[in-house]
Design a protein around this ligand. Structure first.
Ligand code: NAD
Ligand code: FES
Length: 278
């Protein structure tokens, strides 16, 4: 069992869990994830390791409560425990010094972006961070990201915080100005956002890394559930990723595969909420 030390709400349906997992905390590197089960027999949920404190033996997980299983995970209070936390899994982020990089987080994807943006800053990159959400209440980790970013740009779709619009509007200013243009772009968020960023940087030849979140089952390369097509070749996000060259990803295929279990997930969520039908 893995004790939950803290459980706080960052945004609607988004929880930050601090979990005691000493061996994971000691071994993890930026970009890696764990497989979590709230109880025996429950679905395994892949969660990026947002942060780790090896001295305290704890890791930080950001969990968006969207389906039945993630709702059960966020329902575990401080003092409770998770049944399984397996990891660290996946390849760590490839960290190099590009000089100037742009890190882009859309909505809850900002939580996945945080550890890799920090690792890029620690490697000496000048990081410009762009985070976006539907409105101010969905903007997360802005103080934490500002602590190591040269500049933090915020966009909201309703204009309630920062610039009104999408993250791509803020990115446009950077890549069209030769004095600001980054050597690499890292984007984590909804698939349409990552796709839009990749199309934006492609004509400029800017290296673009995206973090993919396909459906995962075992997380060890055995089941094929997390198959994504990159450069025309099938890759498994859990062992070959989760980060890939955004210019090579087949986003249409990813979108299609992500919708496979949508109806079943909605039915489970309704049952959990005590309803009969979707
Ligand atoms: P959201 O839909 O509210 O979008 C957040 C921001 O992303 C928007 O405000 C906008 O700035 C940008 N964005 C969205 N669509 C865009 C487009 N077409 N073009 C340009 N910018 C766009 O995000 P949310 O509801 O917080 O995110 C939920 C989604 O994120 C889920 O689909 C989830 O699976 C995915 N997600 C992905 C990862 C990952 O590792 N890639 C991690 C967590 C969540
Ligand atoms: Fe099974 Fe990746 S989750 S192969």
């Amino acid at each position: 069992m893995f004790e939950v030390i803290g459980n706080d709400i960052l945004a609607p349906n988004l929880h930050r869990l601090t979990v005691r997992a000493p061996r994971v905390a000691a071994a993890r590197r930026a970009g890696q994830f764990v497989m979590v089960r709230s109880a025996a027999g429950e679905e395994r949920i892949p969660l990026t390791i947002g942060d780790a404190d090896p001295a305290a033996g704890t890791i930080t997980l950001y969990v968006q409560a969207i389906g039945a299983s993630t709702r059960r995970i966020v329902a575990v209070p401080a003092g409770g425990a998770l049944r399984d936390v397996a990891g660290p899994l996946g390849l760590p982020t490839h960290i190099a010094n590009w000089g100037r990089v742009a890190c882009i987080g859309g909505g809850v994807g900002t939580a996945v972006l945080y550890p890799l943006a920090r690792a890029l800053a620690e490697a000496g990159n000048e990081v410009t961070t762009i985070i976006g959400g539907r409105s101010a209440q969905y903007i997360i980790l802005k103080d934490e990201l500002a602590a190591f970013s040269r500049e933090l740009l915020i966009t909201t779709e309703d204009g309630s915080l920062g610039r009104k619009g999408f993250v791509t509007h803020a990115l446009d200013d950077l890549i069209t100005d030769p004095k600001l243009r980054p050597g690499a772009v890292f984007a984590v968020g909804p698939v349409p956002m990552m796709r839009a960023v990749a199309e934006q940087t492609r004509p400029h030849g800017i290296e673009t890394v995206v973090s993919l979140n396909p459906i995962m089952i075992d997380g060890t390369g055995m089941c094929g559930g997390c198959r994504v097509v990159v450069g025309g070749v099938s890759r498994f996000a859990c062992v070959d990723g989760p980060e890939f060259d955004g210019h090579q990803v087949d986003f249409a295929n990813l979108t299609d595969r992500l919708s496979t279990y949508r109806k079943i997930e909605a039915e489970h969520a309704c049952r959990l909420a005590g309803k009969e039908t979707v």
